[in-house]
Write a protein that binds this ligand. Structure first.
Ligand SMILES: [Zn+2]
Length: 468
């Protein structure tokens, strides 16, 4: 017993917490093990005698997901919520209300990243943060991002209900504009939080398709930004850890019947714009030896992209030609201009950049051989991939084990706000299964049970990280 006296209180707390948990998990169902979990570590009973109740309010959470989906510019079941639109502003108000109801102190930065903080015992320590986004591309679904915002608030509720008191403060973040819909910039809020000078400068000139400036759009939504304010959004040393709960947006977890995906790395794209120009001409009159066909140059480059990606030898390297446009686009006209957009991704930055360089070399030699002009080869962005922090991976795995939930380590091939948060904080992501891997369309779906499982893993991981 003398050992007890010299150990820090939180260490003891977790020692007993996990000790009791191990025995609980061995003999009870998932739900019951969770209830024991919360009881053991908090010392508070979470349910009255009788049938056990779920500490995660899965039904209430589903109701919130449904309510939030109603803030949409297109009819249900689709969701369209574009940055700073009226529906976006209403949805933001909904989130702030929920945060306040959960007893969080709410603040917003200059571009509308929303923060809800639960002060820990030691407010001087860097906080543990979690969050995601609620903007939705046109005609998409209601779970992408939303699960990581509403689920984060519910994770806080679960911890509060159980009587838990964090040592480090816990913070829920709703990021502004993860989707690039309006201004063509993805992860606008988190990119800026991570200190992107390039973005802070670019936003001063940025306009949407209707030629409305970022400043005017923000002002219409109630955010009065001065030019200097963009730098006030930058954060540094604010968080000791950042976690994001998200639907997988891929089919692996569902196909394999696994409840929780623990993300070890996030692949990052490089995006490239290419233009070839030739002489064009009549499809009948110009004989083959005399042609310099910009369309065929584009076609050859598309095949070269595939070849260079496959040459990397890793299944983690992918490349896509998602846009290929020909000018003038008539059946009887040799293309005089072609426009190609290429997306290539990897979890290994060097390997991806080698692919980008090979694509560039191919573009140059194709232009030479086909006697067309390579009028543009522009790398639009080339973000570095991110690795999850080892201690956070361990904490997530531990939580899933304690909860008796099947889990697997995996890579996120889509990117998220976490990619940018990883630049300013150790990062981790929790994936839950979604129906057939569907995302960015109305059929997107995650079951209430899978969402509740994700919230439980999130809550336990937050609890653990807040004590470390
Ligand atoms: Zn998302």
């Amino acid at each position: 017993m003398s050992l007890k006296l010299v150990l820090p209180l939180h260490f003891l707390f977790f020692f007993f917490f996990f000790f009791f948990l191990s025995s609980a998990c061995a003999s009870t169902s998932t739900d019951q093990s969770w209830i024991r979990t919360m009881e053991e570590f908090s010392g508070y009973p979470t349910h009255a005698p009788g049938p056990p109740s779920l500490p995660v309010d899965a039904e209430g959470l589903q109701k919130q997901i449904d309510e939030l989906s109603a803030f949409s510019d297109t009819p249900a079941p689709s969701v369209t919520r574009v940055l700073y639109s009226d529906k976006d502003v209403a949805a933001r108000r909904y989130i702030k209300n929920l945060m306040e109801k959960s007893g969080l102190s709410v603040r917003e930065d200059a571009v509308g990243n929303i923060f809800g903080r639960w002060n820990g015992n030691d407010v001087g320590l860097a906080a543990v943060a979690t969050g995601s986004h609620i903007d939705a591309i046109p005609y998409s679904g209601k779970y992408d991002g939303v699960v990581g915002v509403l689920g984060a608030i519910e994770a806080i509720n679960v911890l509060k209900r159980s009587g838990f008191q964090p040592n480090r403060s816990l913070e829920v973040i709703m990021f502004t504009s993860e989707e690039p819909t309006r201004f063509g910039i993805s992860c606008l809020g988190s990119r800026l939080m991570a200190g992107s000078e390039g973005l802070a400068n670019a936003l001063k000139e940025t306009v949407d398709a209707q030629n409305i400036s970022f400043f005017d759009a923000a002002r219409a939504a109630g955010y009065h930004i001065d030019q200097e304010d963009f730098r006030n959004v930058f954060l540094k040393d604010t968080y000791s850890s950042f976690l994001e709960l998200h639907i997988e947006q891929g089919p692996i977890l569902e196909e394999e019947g696994v409840s929780i995906g623990i993300v070890t790395a996030i692949a990052a794209p490089a995006s490239i714009k290419v233009e070839f120009e030739g002489n064009g001409g009549h499809a009948g009159a110009v004989l083959m030896p005399a042609r310099n066909d910009a369309g065929l140059a584009a076609a050859e480059l598309a095949l070269a992209v595939e070849k260079h990606v496959l040459e990397s030898g890793s299944t983690d390297t992918v490349g896509t030609v998602g846009i290929l446009e020909l000018h003038p686009g008539a059946i009887n006209s040799i293309p005089s201009k072609s426009h190609v957009e290429i997306d290539t991704r990897d979890i290994d930055e060097t390997r991806r950049n080698i692919v980008v360089e090979k694509i560039h070399q191919s573009a140059i030699s194709i232009a030479k051989n086909r006697r067309v002009r390579l009028s543009e080869f522009k790398i639009i962005n080339q973000d570095p991939p991110a690795l999850s922090a080892e201690p956070i991976i361990k904490a997530m795995e531990h939580a899933a084990r304690q909860l008796n939930l099947s889990h697997k380590l995996m890579i996120s091939r889509a990117y998220h706000d976490s990619l940018f948060m990883a630049r300013i904080s150790p990062m981790g992501m929790i994936f839950i299964p979604c129906y057939k891997g569907y995302s960015h369309k109305p059929e997107e779906f995650a079951s209430a049970e899978d969402i509740a499982n994700g919230v439980k893993v999130l809550a336990l991981t937050l609890a653990k990280l807040s004590q470390s």
